[in-house]
Design a protein around this ligand. Structure first.
Ligand code: B16
Ligand code: MG
Length: 214
């Protein structure tokens, strides 16, 4: 087999918490009268909470103090965590669970490489933690995507070299992170059309057939 492990991004790949990020940021942006739509939201994929806020604030004429920024990011996270309470095992598609199961049966080791500090809570609510041999989240890293740190740490915890791991991402920042770390990358969603991806996939169930052909 070409790869020994698969490192999954979480938000936007395994779970559609990206819609909750959008809703939570929208409350903050509306309050500050800053234009915010799905196009701006796509720029926030994979980047950290504070970097996301800086991107949103760049659409405002006003300057915000550090204290205001901290308060806004905390308020966003409170809204986001309230929305995350809605997560259920069924929030992960049956197709995704089937794919994780099949990859596991194929002998691949699976890991999470997420910028989110809420990743463990999301895995717990959706009851998919047991599939993963390593979980690296926003709590474990000093630099978020596009830095390769999150994926390098996941590979290290799996005891694998980057060339033996395939990263699956929905964010341009995540694809850049994977490539910078020396990983091949499957891109879906917003990252499908990235020039940097090794494989373009419409959904994660395509991974099994791609891997079997290699
Ligand atoms: P939090 P991923 C990322 O998760 C999200 O894509 C990004 O939109 C978010 O800002 C980041 O996590 C931080 O999330 O505020 O929960 O710490 O796509 O890398 O799994
Ligand atoms: Mg993502």
């Amino acid at each position: 087999m070409k790869y020994k492990a698969i490192i999954f991004d979480l938000d936007g790949v395994l779970v559609h918490t990206d819609k909750y990020h959008y809703q939570a940021w929208k409350v903050i942006a509306d309050k500050a009268k800053i234009p915010f739509d799905e196009t701006v939201n796509n720029r926030l994929r994979g980047v950290s909470r504070m970097e996301s806020l800086d991107i949103i604030l760049s659409y405002s004429d006003r300057r915000f103090s550090e204290d205001e920024k901290i308060a806004m990011s905390e308020e966003k996270n409170e809204h986001y965590k309230t929305l995350l309470k809605n997560l259920l095992p069924q929030s992960v598609s049956a197709e995704t669970v089937k794919t994780l199961d099949e990859l596991h049966t194929m002998g691949l080791r699976l890991a999470i490489g997420s910028s989110s500090k809420n990743a463990n809570y999301i895995l717990q609510k959706t009851e998919i933690s047991h599939f993963f041999d390593a979980v690296v989240s926003g709590l474990d890293i000093t630099k978020t995507k596009p830095s390769p740190e999150v994926f390098l740490k996941a590979a290290e915890r799996l005891n694998m070299a980057p060339k033996d791991c395939l990263v699956v991402e929905d964010a341009h920042a995540g694809v850049e992170a994977a490539v910078a770390g020396g990983f091949d990358c499957a891109g879906m969603g917003d990252a499908y059309s990235s020039d940097l991806v090794t494989y373009q996939i419409n959904n994660i169930s395509e991974l099994c057939s791609i891997l079997k052909l290699l």
